[in-house]
Design a protein around this ligand. Structure first.
Ligand SMILES: *[C@@H]1O[C@H](CO)[C@@H](O)[C@H](O)[C@H]1NC(C)=O
Ligand SMILES: *[C@@H]1O[C@H](CO)[C@@H](O)[C@H](O)[C@H]1NC(C)=O
Ligand SMILES: *[C@@H]1O[C@H](CO)[C@@H](O)[C@H](O)[C@H]1NC(C)=O
Length: 378
């Protein structure tokens, strides 16, 4: 009797542990095929958010139709991506041969060996500074995104053991960082909220602050064994349909101040990349010149097959449909792949494809000191 009872207790304990293990993915078998193609760990804002904001109480959301209408993996349903199809992060992952899109960190299925196939920490409205995006109430700023990677990092140790984990993170993982636009659009340039900051801080002072914070954030990732980085600069934010509409510009004009701030930041970002390449042994920081790349698309849109570089495909208000964000009641264009901009703020999948291909195989004009394919193969 005692024997049977003890058997029963052990058996029940086994069941409980087995189900816990299952929940946390501890017992999932990891084999070489899970590690063969490497992974992307994606940090940033709405340009690369793949659904984290779905799990936040926030005013910045994209899991509403018709967002995602061209996203095949969801059958055209919204996923939380701020575009009609794939983000640059999704496309780059595909081109690099990674079999799965990086899973949003906050998604319930971001557990177990899924994290070995990449994790996405990006969040619409997020910025380098904690205060950025306050108007949306909630968003993951870069400090928090790095905190979350620290959690993932420990889980990878559990899955692979410390030695193999370190090797996987440093050799097979690409760390992409797409952030900074909101620090201008939804912080420094916001009329009411930023009034204080803009009076107390010159553009130069604010940009220096951004660079100092970003340096700290990238160094934290390095301390967690990240070695292969690609960091995007800020695009021509004065040319987005929202800015052009509220400033009542004509189709071929862009708003000067936002672009000037972006260029000021971008010059210092380039220097930061050089500095980190020199000072952090074993690390490679690739600088992605998104500004020039998007500007080239805008200037020569016809030669890339677009019919407009100024009007949003999905949105409402003003001459470029640039005031009211994309949602179920917005007007939507039919020729989505002929628009550079999907909505008042974000590029279309068609534009993302061109950008991603340049990042993968482009030359020094757009990616330096090497392109993503070379970074992966290091
Ligand atoms: C996890 O869930 C997301 C959103 O629900 C889904 O798009 C994705 O395919 C899932 N990923 C995995 C690896 O199951
Ligand atoms: C930003 O918030 C994070 C997380 O709450 C905190 O650790 C960090 O110190 C904050 N950074 C600044 C500059 O206040
Ligand atoms: C990661 O978390 C640990 C605590 O669990 C902490 O000691 C360490 O400083 C963190 N690392 C970074 C880079 O944030």
């Amino acid at each position: 009797m005692a024997r049977n009872c003890s058997f029963l207790v052990h058996f029940l304990a086994f069941l409980v542990i087995a189900s816990l293990n299952d929940r946390f993915g501890i017992c999932q078998q990891v084999d070489e095929s899970d590690l063969a193609n490497g992974a992307s760990y994606i940090f940033g804002d709405s340009l690369v958010d793949a659904g984290n904001n779905n799990y936040l109480q926030t005013l910045s959301k994209a899991n509403i139709k018709p967002n995602g209408i061209d996203f095949k993996a969801s059958g055209g349903n919204p996923t939380g991506r701020y575009t009609n199809g794939r983000t640059i992060g999704d496309i780059v992952g595909e081109l690099l041969g990674q079999p799965y899109y990086a899973t949003p960190f906050l998604a319930p299925n971001c557990t177990g060996k899924t994290i070995l196939h990449g994790v996405n920490y990006a969040s619409g409205g997020g910025g380098i500074m904690n205060a950025t995006g306050r108007i949306f109430v909630n968003r993951l700023s870069m400090d928090i995104q790095v905190d979350y990677f620290n959690i993932t990092r420990k889980e990878i140790d559990k899955l692979l053991g410390p030695t193999k984990a370190k090797e996987y993170i440093s050799k097979k993982s690409i760390f992409s960082v797409t952030i900074g636009s909101n620090d201008f659009l939804n912080n420094y340039l916001l009329p009411v909220i930023s009034a204080g900051t803009r009076i107390s801080q010159s553009p130069d002072g604010f940009v220096d602050d951004l660079i100092t914070h970003l340096k700290g954030q990238l160094t934290r990732l390095y301390n967690l064994d990240a070695r292969k980085f690609i960091v995007g600069n800020v695009g021509p934010i004065g040319c987005i349909p929202y800015q052009k509409t509220i400033n009542q510009l004509s189709a071929d004009e862009c708003v000067e101040l936002p672009n000037q701030l972006a260029l000021q930041y971008n010059a210092k970002l380039k220097n930061l990349m050089t500095e980190l390449n020199k000072n952090l042994p074993g690390a490679t920081f690739v600088h992605a010149n998104v500004y020039d790349l998007v500007m080239e698309l805008i200037r020569n849109y016809k030669s890339y097959g677009f019919t407009t570089a100024s009007a949003a495909c999905c949105g409402n208000g003003g001459q470029f449909a640039g005031i009211i964000p994309c949602g179920p009641t917005s007007s939507m264009c039919q020729d989505r792949d002929k628009h550079i901009f999907w909505d008042p703020y974000h590029p279309s999948e068609a534009a993302n494809v061109i950008i991603a291909k340049q990042l993968l195989d482009g030359d020094e004009k757009y990616v330096s000191p090497m392109n993503l394919r070379q970074l992966r193969d290091l």
